[in-house]
Write a protein that binds this ligand. Structure first.
Ligand SMILES: [Zn+2]
Length: 138
């Protein structure tokens, strides 16, 4: 399984059975999958998403958005539950307008799930952790 590092964008090969064992990046030593949402930006989005073989679930949000803020702890909880099965990521749509525009994000929060860099599905609106996990798993 290939996993791109969000810190240095190096591609790491992680054995499938080790995905839940807190793998670290072979180049920079940062955690690859530690069960916490990662931050994606206009600068690293393509490099990470196109080189990560796990499903990537992107939460488009902004600091001024109340429903986004209330969903944040739910998204973090879902990330812990989905550790090793999906990479949960956050994109601040104010700071990363290119990525938000490319996905045509009109309302936030919106979650977009990608497989192999391509959009598989999306859902708008604030969700609780069990709903997020259920949506990702099905
Ligand atoms: Zn790295």
């Amino acid at each position: 399984m290939l996993i791109a590092c969000t810190h240095c964008t190096a591609t790491n090969r992680v054995p499938d059975e080790r995905l839940a064992d807190d793998p670290v990046c072979g180049r920079c030593g940062e955690a690859l999958l530690d069960g916490r949402p990662v931050e994606l930006t206009d600068a690293n989005f393509d490099a990470v998403v196109s080189k990560t073989e796990l499903p990537v679930v992107v939460d488009f949000w902004a600091p001024w958005c109340g429903p986004c803020r209330s969903m944040a702890p739910q998204f973090e909880q879902a990330a812990r539950q989905l550790k090793g099965r999906a990479l949960l990521a956050k994109v601040n749509s104010d700071d990363n307008p290119l990525t938000a525009a490319r996905f045509g994000i009109r309302s936030i929060p919106t979650m977009v799930m990608l497989r192999g860099g391509l959009e598989a599905k999306r859902l708008s609106g604030a969700l609780r952790a069990p709903q997020i996990v259920g949506w990702v798993a099905h």
